[in-house]
Design a protein around this ligand. Sequence first.
Ligand code: ADP
Ligand code: MG
Length: 712
Amino acid sequence: MLELSTPLSSISGVGPRFLQKFKKLSIETVRDLLWHLPARYEDFSAITNIADLAPREECTVRGIVKKLEMRRAWRKRMFILEGVVEDETGAVRVVWFNQTYIRNVLGEGTPVNLSGKVSVSKDGELYFSNPTYEVPSKYGKETKHTGRVIPIYPETKGLTSKGIRYIIQPILERIGNIEETLPNEIAKRFGFPPLSESIHTVHFPDSIEAGIAARKRFAFEDLFLLQLFLLKERMRVKKERAHAVPTDIDGIKKFLGTLPFELTQSQKKSLWEILKDMEAPAPMNRLLQGDVGSGKTIIAAAAAREAARAGFQTAFMAPTEILAHQHYETMRKIFARENIGIALLTGSDARASYGDGLETTMKKSDLTREVAKGALSVVIGTHALIAESKTKKSVPFALLGLVVVDEQHRFGVRQRAKIIEPDEHGYAPHFLSMSATPIPRTLSLTLWGDLDISLISELPKNRKPIITKVVPPEDRMNAYAFIRSEIKKGRQAFVVCPRIEPATNSEHLTTKEYEMLQIKSVTEEYEKLSKTIFPDLAVAMIHGKLKAAEKEKTMREFSANKTNILISTAVIEVGVDVPNATIMMIEGADRFGLAQLYQFKGRVGRGEHQSYCMLFSDSSSDTTRKRLLSIVEAKNGFELAERDLALRGPGQFVGNEQTGMPDLAMNALRHPEATKDARDAAADILSKDPSLKKYPALKTRLADLTRKVHGE
Ligand code: ADP
Ligand code: MG
């Protein structure tokens, strides 16, 4: 009897070539294989008369083996089994390569079904090559490969569905009862048949509908498992210790009073939720979600202030140096009268400001020492601040109380888990992540189901909706004229250059070569705009390869309105905040993802001035138009996210930065409708049996998943 844990390598009939290919699909055990579910099904249930076979069509014939001979091909180790199958209407030749075992099943006079694509020889003869075969009588009336619905699997090079079926079918025959993973009550609630039955149905259903229904069970199971994992993570974090940070109500009110604006209702509510969390002696694990420009930074700053007042340090991490820099400048302003020491620490920059408004640039090692002494309360940097890499150790904080991660969507579960690991005294920092990527609820439940969520649901009152247009090429000059008129009024503009894709798929560019292309496009655009179109205006450019100091100077001058137009690569995608800039012009807009375009658009409309977003594209195809129009039409990021999800599917939407998230999650996302059910079911089970004592099979699977996510 086979077990789920049996390695495929110990099963006779699965040769090394198969093993290697399965490995590419991450299939190493019987379990992996049986859970390699069909992507779709094909209906071979109709039987074709041999006389009616048509070239290159998928057909099933039913006949009697008339002849069967084995030869050895000129190439050694290649065995060819050749035969003829006949029905009342005619006969057809059939060949199998290297499948000598078929001789044990088929012989002259055996009834047989053959399914597969009809091949055509050089001289026009129709024949079957490596068809799926089956002896109908062997399993009673039931057939597994032919004359029925057959499964089509996700394939890899050299491993076809046919091959996978050949391996799976006998294993399914030999597998014993498979232990149920879904708790009984849940299977019942959703009407799922037992696992053993479902696994047979999903591979060899009686009808396409039955197959699809069985697949639903597996999708649900994945979602359920994922939710169990996320809820367990959440329980684990809640059990850890953290330093309680008392809220100084009067102090925070006074502090908020010094800002040039009043917080919106949802900003206030979010801040309150955060401060409440931090008051507890267990670590906060919260996501602050809010549309671009909704004002997340100030909320995080207020939380950092409270931590500092209570004597704890904050690590504030941004995805880019440009953004880290901007946050540093913002906080310097915000904390000018607060007597809170802040520092900027990035790959290329180390400076500190001790709350007296003065700034000191210092050696990185000196700054690190200051941080280790606890002399600086808020340290702003990139992810390197905390994430330990092979070459660099993370910064040694004296008393880390709060970790803020901006633009959370670039951060996976694994990295998060690393951050909230307790220190040597057993204390974990409070954790606040922020994201502007508007994620539909089901998606965020799946990706961040281990986090509590605060939502900033409104924009500050002073904002006007951004006027967004897809500009046809013939209106380009008008667009430039419009930019000029806005600049005359004192406003500023961004011009984003298109992402450059290699011309052909075979052109594998290294990151460096790719960057060079990007820079070339920015430089060319810069030449054109600064010399030909706007020679009288101050035009600047920025891209990833500039030295940090140059980037910083360029951004500083743009922020101070010393330059009118900033030409850029996608480096300004997230977070950049220059409220006086009112025009976002995007070249080659079709080459960016919707979420990314939405982020670009979010660079304007951040102040009281009317703002504009202009999308240019070389492609006039229907799909392109549709995609770009969704940027124009979507009223907010959430609406857009739903569309993007529908247009491109979840993988594309989240992007491949979503490291640490198992494929499981990505697959599960294809069934958003079941996410909520799975969540509720998982919460239900955990509330009754937190350690899953009653569900050993489930427990094992959960342990596997946890190991995978944490990269052990
Ligand atoms: P995001 O949520 O995209 O990170 P930011 O925190 O960068 O947005 O805020 C965008 C701009 O809005 C900043 O210039 C900030 O100072 C300003 N801002 C934040 N909150 C308010 C508010 N309640 N009223 C007016 N302006 C605000
Ligand atoms: Mg931001």
